[in-house]
Design a binder for this molecule. Structure first.
Ligand code: DAT
Ligand code: MG
Length: 151
């Protein structure tokens, strides 16, 4: 299985509720490796670029206003099959349909406040990483714990 990078962000509700640590620790304990991280308020144009696939949908304006309403914790995580692994840990888009044990299933109540974003494919991941991070902000390093996470 290929090593992938994926773009994750704790959305403004997750930051405001003090859940950055809980959410990040789930990914760390799972075995994902932190490659980049940034605490930022997303400029409107960047949000429109990131969520371009949803332009024209009924929830688009409120989505842009929510995602730019306060700081987010943006990050790139790496691991085997990282895109699908992280999506599974996030749960379904609607937290009420997300299984217990997932981030949205454990912490969220409504779709418009679902705490976390994660890329939905390796292609989306590459696109989203390039929106939020410069190439030199992705830090390559050997993590000794990988010897005890992967066979
Ligand atoms: P996901 O975040 O699970 O990848 P998505 O890409 O379909 O979901 O949508 C992006 C975000 O837009 C989602 O996290 C919350 C919001 N959203 C999606 N569908 C919605 C809907 N039907 N009503 C309100 N907000 C919605
Ligand atoms: Mg999506």
């Amino acid at each position: 299985m290929a090593i992938e990078q994926t773009y994750l962000m704790v959305k403004p509700d997750g930051v405001q509720r003090g859940l950055c640590g809980d959410i990040l620790s789930r990914f760390e304990r799972k075995g994902l490796k932190i490659v980049a991280m940034k605490f930022m308020v997303i400029p409107k144009g960047t949000a429109e670029d990131h969520y371009g696939e949803h332009k024209g949908k009924g929830f688009y304006d409120s989505l842009i206003s929510y995602i730019t309403s306060g700081p987010v914790l943006a990050m790139v995580l790496e691991g085997e099959n990282a895109v699908a692994v992280c999506r599974g840990m996030m749960g379904k888009t609607n937290p009420q349909e997300s299984a217990p044990g997932t981030i949205r299933g454990d912490f969220g109540m409504v779709t418009g406040m679902n705490l976390i974003h994660g890329s939905d494919s390796p292609q989306s991941a590459a696109r989203e990483i390039s929106i939020f991070f410069k190439p030199e902000e992705l830090i390559p390093y050997r993590r000794t714990a990988d010897d005890w996470i992967y066979e």
